[in-house]
Design a protein around this ligand. Structure first.
Ligand code: PSU
Ligand code: MN
Length: 341
């Protein structure tokens, strides 16, 4: 059973202006009044997620592109299940998000989780959502699309592996992930291990600054670089606890313009990838992408899977460790957030 909610005229700005009532509830509450303007497809919120939100219990959104396109099979399916289990064990409701048969699903059942791991799904960013819906197609959602949909459902915390960002060579290619521009207009707190060193980290941080998206280090003032605990880039702000993040979220609701918050959570030192090996593999993967002429939205999945291959699987273990770590921290933040509200 799912709550089918039609949302179109219901802009996510309502989520912040109307406080704790989540938009899904507003969609139901305002059902008749809004229905004349409603043209977009139903959002299907699982009963588990809907009741957690209604009762103000902690919920963490999880993305599906990391499962469909970021991790190799069959480890991706195990990982999808494990991320949800980590949250449930911490008393937090997981909301894995994907588009199934044209319907954005907020919270998947076991078969939905299997589908994002095993089916050959398209990769959907925010701009793809209406097209997929109209065609009743299925797709995995990126950080951008997951953030957008989670926010529409009233979810405030999201865990991923790494954020998309500005690609190397973007001054020529203009290849910048919509993850960045979406976070500028979406009130969600995303826990990530920074951005991968396949990207231009400096440019990514500059864009986040321009777009007024706060970036806080979780127990660090150095921006992490995904497989590695550190990059050479320092952050203005660090927090030590999930409660501090929740307090920032509350202040952001009062003082922000509806943008998100990036929590940069570095992998523990003893779990990080060997930096020399990292640099070698990265160089090879980037060279291969250039040689094979990979462009557009194929770039990120190509690099991720090549790097797993070229590292003999080592990068995968690190990727899984950092993602688990992010899921745990996101669970703590969601718990602190629900205690505040
Ligand atoms: N970074 C990772 N793992 C991933 C991705 C990024 O470490 O799986 C995925 C996320 O879904 C992210 C997307 O939103 O890649 C960014 O793709 P693009 O650069 O095409 O926007
Ligand atoms: Mn791109």
């Amino acid at each position: 059973m799912h709550a089918h909610v039609r949302i179109a005229a219901l802009h996510r700005a309502h989520a912040s202006t109307l406080g704790t009532t989540h938009p899904a509830q507003q969609g139901l509450t305002f059902g008749r009044g809004y229905s004349e303007f409603m043209t977009s497809p139903a959002l299907s919120i699982s009963d588990e997620v809907a009741s957690a939100l209604a009762e103000n219990r902690p919920v963490v959104a999880l993305e599906s592109t990391i499962i469909s396109h970021g991790l190799p099979r069959p480890r991706n399916h195990e990982a999808a299940i494990e991320f949800e289990t980590i949250l449930r064990d911490a008393g937090v409701t997981p909301a894995t998000i994907a588009i199934l048969d044209g319907v954005p699903h907020i919270g998947l059942d076991a078969d939905g989780v299997r589908r994002i791991a095993e089916d050959d799904l398209a990769k959907a960013s925010v701009r793809d959502l209406p097209i997929l819906a109209a065609r009743r197609a299925s797709a995995a959602t990126t950080v951008a699309a997951t953030s957008h949909l989670a926010s529409l459902a009233g979810i405030r915390v999201f865990a991923t592996g790494g954020l998309g960002g500005v690609h190397r060579g973007a001054s020529e290619s203009f290849d910048e992930s919509a993850d960045i521009s979406t976070l500028a207009v979406t009130p969600i707190t995303v826990v990530s291990a920074g951005v991968k060193s396949v990207l231009d980290i400096a440019a990514t941080l500059e864009r986040l600054e321009t777009l007024s998206v706060p970036v806080v280090g979780f127990g660090t003032t150095l921006f992490p670089s995904f497989w590695l605990r550190e990059s050479s880039f320092t952050l203005d702000w660090a927090v030590d606890t999930a409660e501090e993040v929740a307090a920032i979220m509350r202040s952001q609701d009062a003082l922000g313009h509806g943008q998100g918050i990036v929590v940069a959570n570095p992998i523990p030192l003893d779990q990080q990838w060997d930096p020399t090996e990292h640099d070698r593999v990265l160089g090879e993967a980037l060279a291969l992408a250039a040689a094979e002429g990979v462009t557009g939205k194929a770039v990120t999945p190509f690099l991720l899977l090549k790097i797993v291959e070229l590292s003999g699987g080592r990068s995968l273990e690190v990727n899984l460790d950092l993602a688990r770590n992010n899921v745990r921290v996101a669970g703590q933040i969601a718990t602190a957030w629900s205690a505040l509200a």
